[in-house]
Design a protein around this ligand. Structure first.
Ligand code: ATR
Length: 486
């Protein structure tokens, strides 16, 4: 039902949970919201449940839906990523006019977003790929939103998105990230960081549970305590909740009856694939993605259990450390590893931005990730301050504040990596992050050997530390060195 007097400021296509919640969020901020879903049953169910809670205009066809929107029309697509998104984009573009804005709020691969933006620009439509984080709850009450696309579209879209975004100190958790695929790229890396953040929390749990022998409820208390300090974050907070939960059926801690095989929908994997292409070592995110894959290799794990030699392991008691000291060491190792994951994620965003000429400002990300999204954390204020003080920071780890923190963390971090190894407990992100850290600060890396090997077997040449140019040693002749034109 539409009439000229009552047009919607925004439309939502796709009324599964995320789409419904986003539509309700817009309506709760006083906007009139057009809603449409491919199968009309879902639209009817939505209107029956929420039609009275705000101003909604429902439509049964995409043409009717488009006609119910104010110009320039703005419609957010919240359907399955991939072919469904393409189908809906084309239906909307057919029904829309020059200057109208199509927003994809799903987790699209940023290269698809770049392609779609080009196709839509040729048809005179603005296409905005917007990453939306915060899950169902965030979509309803205030997500963190990362829109890309043409800057002109931000003028009309910005105020609408600002109205529904989470707010921290009155600042909305949304800003225009950059052209075409910038928003979805940044959302992808956000999710990659989320993977690493979740994994380091998991590693801390594993050490406290199976190293120090603490019960889930005790660890819940520890996490709740950590949540009051440097680690204050949504993920730490919900981990305490998960650990406290008791299974109604068995009376056991829920964490003990959940199958330990982690799922994934792909954004972590994309982050790592892209990092490989950009040549950015996002080792923390990579280990986190692999840890999920390993956890899900159930047959292989079953075959290996009890069948791989462990060597001489120590027990926690053998180590002669106090529980209190150990708990604090674990906290510090978690914090340090988390810092590395963020530093690497920001490196990837800056490399992606340079590669695609997006001009993404890292300060914006630190600002809009402080609320609404899954990795929201107090710590992001510090990241913002770090880039405010030096926008050209070569690595977050070199910011004076974080550098000072690392001074306090490093000894604990090393101890935990040693202890985890002695106990035979895997801590892949703690361990590889420390290797990254030691590699980054090393005066000499074994890469000189690799260059020597490459020159030996493939005449790939090497550079020298003491003069310009490329060189090759005549390995199979007299082993003299020649300068090579590069
Ligand atoms: P969730 O995981 O929350 O269920 P999803 O699978 O990402 O959500 O998306 C489901 C939404 O995509 C639904 O609104 C679905 O429409 P139907 O209710 O008609 O199934 C929509 N969707 C999927 N494929 C679509 C297509 N080809 N065209 C239009 N909408 C489509």
């Amino acid at each position: 039902m539409t009439n000229e007097q009552n047009l919607a400021q925004i439309g939502v296509v796709g009324l599964a949970v995320m789409g419904s919640n986003l539509a309700r969020n817009f309506a709760s901020r006083g906007h009139t919201v057009a809603v449409y879903n491919r199968s009309a049953g879902k639209t009817e169910a939505f209107m029956a449940a929420f039609g009275e809670t705000g101003n909604f205009i429902s439509s049964e066809t995409i043409e009717e839906f488009v006609a119910s929107l104010e110009r320039p029309r703005k419609a957010i697509i919240m359907v399955q990523a991939g072919a469904a998104t393409d189908a809906v984009i084309n239906q909307l573009a057919d029904a829309m006019e020059e200057g109208d804005v199509i927003i994809d709020g799903g987790n699209a691969l940023f290269t698809d977003t770049i392609r779609r933006e080009k196709e839509m620009a040729l048809r005179g439509r603005h296409f905005v790929g917007a990453g939306i984080s915060g899950g169902e709850e965030g979509a309803l009450n205030g997500p963190s939103i990362m829109p890309g696309g043409p800057v002109e579209s931000w003028e009309s879209l910005g105020p609408l998105l600002e109205s529904i975004a989470a707010k921290v100190d009155g600042v909305p958790c949304v800003t225009h990230i950059g052209p075409d695929g910038a928003g979805h790229f940044v959302k992808m890396v956000h999710n990659g960081i989320e993977y690493a953040d979740m994994q380091v929390i998991g590693e801390a749990y594993q050490l406290l549970r199976f190293g120090a022998g603490l019960e889930p409820a005790e660890i819940a208390d520890i996490f709740a305590e950590w949540n009051k300090g440097d680690l204050d974050s949504y993920l730490i907070e919900i981990t305490a909740e998960v650990l406290r939960q008791v299974d109604a059926e068995t009376g056991k801690p829920l964490v003990d009856v959940i199958l330990d095989a982690a799922g994934q929908k792909g954004t972590g994997r994309w982050t790592v694939k892209e990092a490989l292409d950009l040549g950015i070592p996002t080792t923390g995110i990579g280990e986190a993605v692999f840890a999920r894959a390993l956890s899900s290799s159930l047959d292989q794990r079953a075959a290996a259990q009890g069948n791989l030699p462990t060597g001489a392991l120590k027990t926690f008691e053998d180590l002669g450390i106090s529980r209190e000291e150990f708990i604090e060491d674990v906290r510090r190792a978690l914090y340090a590893s988390k810092l590395v994951a963020y530093a690497q994620g920001f490196d990837e965003i800056q490399a992606g931005s340079a590669e695609h000429d997006w001009d993404v400002d890292p300060r914006d990300l630190a600002t809009i990730w402080r609320g609404g999204c899954i990795i929201r954390a107090k710590f992001l204020n510090r990241i913002r301050e770090a880039y405010d003080a030096n926008p050209e920071l070569p690595s977050l780890l070199l910011d004076p504040y974080f550098n000072g923190e690392l001074k306090d963390l490093i000894d604990s971090w090393r101890r935990i990596v040693i202890v985890a190894t002695q106990l035979g407990l895997p801590a892949p992100v703690f361990t590889s992050s420390l290797a990254y850290y030691d590699s980054l600060r090393a005066e000499r890396l074994p890469a000189a050997i690799i260059q020597g090997q490459r020159d030996f077997f493939g005449a790939h040449t090497y550079r020298r530390i003491d003069k310009e140019g490329s060189f090759h040693t005549l390995w199979s002749a007299d082993r003299s060195e020649i300068a090579v034109e590069s």
